[in-house]
Write a protein that binds this ligand. Sequence first.
Ligand code: MGD
Ligand code: MGD
Ligand code: MO
Length: 829
Amino acid sequence: MSKQSMTKKDEVFLSRRRFLKSAAALAAVPAINSILPKTALAKAVEEALPHFRYTKTAHKGILSAAHWGAFQGVVKDGKMIDAIAIDDDPAPNELIKMVPHQVHAKNRVKYPMVRRNYLEGGAGARKEKRGNDEWVRVSWDKATELVAGEITRLQENFGPSSIYAGSYGWKSTGMFHNSRTLLHRLMNLTGGFLGYAGDYSTGAAQMIMPHVMGSMEVYEQQTAWPVVVESSELVVLWGFNAMATLKNAWNVPDHEGQAGLKALKEKGTRVIAIDPIRNETIEYMNAEWIAPRPYTDVAMMLGMAHTLYSENLHDKEFLKYYTTGFDKFLAYLTGEVDGEPKTAEWAANVCGIDAETIKMLAREFAKNRTMLMAGWGMQRQHHGEQPNWMLVTLAAMLGQIGLPGGGFGFSYHYSSGGSPTAKGGILAGINAGKAPKDSPAPIPVARIVDAIMNPGKTIKFNGRKVTYPNIKMVYVAGGNPFHQHQDTNTLLKAWQQLDTIIVQEPYWTASAKHADIVLPATTAYERNDLDMGGDYSQRYVFPMHKIVEPQHEAKSDFDIYVSLAAKLGVKEAYTEGKDEMQWLKEMYDGMAKQARANRVPLPPFEMFWNANDYVVFPIPEANKRWIRHADFRDNPLLNPLGTPSGRIEIFSDTIAKMDYADCAPHPKWYEPREWYKADIAKKYPLSLNTAHPTQRLHSQLDNTPLRDKYAIANREAVMINNQDAKARGIKHGDLVRAFNDRGQILVGALVSADIRPGGVRICEGAWYDSDNPGQTGGMCRNGCVNVLTFDQGSSQLAQGNCGHMAQLEIEKYLGDAPVNLAHTSPKNA
Ligand SMILES: Nc1nc2c(c(=O)[nH]1)N[C@H]1C(S)=C(S)[C@@H](COP(=O)(O)OP(=O)(O)OC[C@H]3O[C@@H](n4cnc5c(=O)[nH]c(N)nc54)[C@H](O)[C@@H]3O)O[C@H]1N2
Ligand SMILES: Nc1nc2c(c(=O)[nH]1)N[C@H]1C(S)=C(S)[C@@H](COP(=O)(O)OP(=O)(O)OC[C@H]3O[C@@H](n4cnc5c(=O)[nH]c(N)nc54)[C@H](O)[C@@H]3O)O[C@H]1N2
Ligand SMILES: [Mo]
């Protein structure tokens, strides 16, 4: 295999306009509940077809899947009461157990609801009351009439750029009930919409890497785990917490990354971790922990690069044959251009790690077969382009890129990058259809609030210019802007500018509470779907059977859009005449055809669906030995990188031509907007870390009992070093106010030695709950960290978000503890 690549957020759009030959055959498909236990026929098929795996826990429940794993849902008296991970899962987790709680959560959106003033006064009426208005229950017919009417009004009067329907978010798994793509499909049939570019995850890295490596690197297959276990002598975990982040995946996780880490641990490979926090992966691997000042990694890497150069440890052959521009970078590294040599001593003064340690690290990296594995937290920062570029430069100087167990990897912590790729078939998801010709150009995803606030403003973006249109409506389905976006108070202001906000959701999240029209969506467990298991391994195909009937008046996203399509006169085009099961059969058949071409025969759809089983594709031996960039290393002329030079660009002419003051044409240390040496640190001395939550997926599952395990004083936890806590008279378990000039939140003190002094961690994803609803400046009673972050692009190149960075102060909260209403439904709802 010469190149393995995949994208995360954009499903593989295989356009198959083929219609079902026999829809009638499907009518015979019985409901899953009626076909358990397994039929004799299914058992016979399974014996004949080894990749059609009999669910070992069969008969316990109904097979389905989520971001946190595949499981069987157990139902009693129409209610889901348990979820049991499949036996093939090498690292089943506690999130799976929350599935029944998701279905039966108290704060489900039960009926379509409209904000009273909106219902009575129309679009834009009393918009300042959003978040603090009454809710009125309406019929589905009325709700869809309002939504369809507003789409029509805006398309006619202002055109597609007035409707932001990008709808970024992690929704649920399932290749068909993809709330976002299905929304795009509707909008494309009705005049187009304003969408987004990039994502919140790798906003900076995915834009800079193509200039440097010719590919995004962050969503690409990594050197296979068996190779790492066998060949790496030193593994460096740089801002990397895979034991937490691998619990979830974009599709259904295969959890093979945890198996890889376990094997590494059992072998006793040396592991060094660089992170301001001694996170659970460091703990699990018992790694050597180096804790730099937050946001200073680029300086630290420069100090190492300088050591390699000055001690003649860099690989000159590799730099010569496989890279371009090292000489120009060198002039910066040695201080020739700015009078500032980036020595280990210089770096020590910036990152707070002593020069001897920095030098030791550089020498160890050079001496051993070293794999640099990096997470994405440090690129979700101001100048977040630089850590990735500099890490690649460091790896290039070490000269091990393309060798077994050497080089760098930017996706070992995500969706099990490095889990060897199987050979079978791939499910194509539902497609968004064709965008109309005059569709507006997308805006960088994290600039949405800036765009709403500043229509007509032009910004720079990766060599292009983007002019913000006049956005009048936001349609959210499968995302949670009140958690995902930085600087919540500014978001609130922006939300108050809009004519209409529609939120399609299973729960009364803060985003729902601040909308005009709320449409109740089912969870994934109330509908039928299919998904792949293993984003990189593509190893499994899971049926996602409906486990319980839709709760209350909730409808699947597909059914909601079909009703809207009917009102907008595009129903036939939208459904192509197919219902849920017909779409699933078509997706399965397309996948099975590819599998057959790969000599992996699969049973017909009906049999697959009825058997409560899943498919496990074989993994070719060669893929277990796969090494990222080995082909490039073997022959850079025949297998050039996708960069202009075909080589690793340590200096980029493309970026030089952009001429951005905040993104030089070579990796460079920039002082960030907020950090411990900035003026702001005198007032707000603590540096914020907003790591992803171990026992949640962002905001998802915050309304389940798992919260009892991590909430402190009934709020999101703030991790703080013992010394910093002591200096402020804060004890473990105390209620604490965290604040800066942008806002204030209540959190519970988690006092610990596992965080470097000067840093605090408040995980992203707590549901926003203001004590002054709808107004800016209120205190969030649940600890939504984005109240404290700033909303600025990483640089003009990537315009990525800076969610992982902010200065703040904390103090013991002395008032009466206010009631936390984050997980309650509004009155009458
Ligand atoms: N400060 C800071 N901010 C961050 C980050 C950070 O590190 N720091 N991380 C960023 C990153 S990487 C990301 S990816 C974003 C994530 O941000 P989001 O993707 O917005 O986070 P989720 O909590 O997954 O939101 C998904 C929402 O979809 C709803 N949902 C689930 N299933 C369905 C469905 O089938 N249909 C519909 N209609 N709705 C459904 C859920 O209830 C939930 O409200 O956050 C970003 N924000
Ligand atoms: N359990 C769980 N798993 C998830 C998610 C989730 O919400 N929960 N979200 C999924 C998604 S959408 C994404 S994008 C990925 C996110 O994956 P990542 O972005 O890699 O995860 P983070 O937790 O934000 O950051 C990883 C590590 O970086 C460290 N870090 C932060 N700032 C710095 C710094 O300045 N320097 C250094 N050296 N280290 C730093 C943090 O302390 C943390 O240990 O995870 C995915 N998996
Ligand atoms: Mo993400």
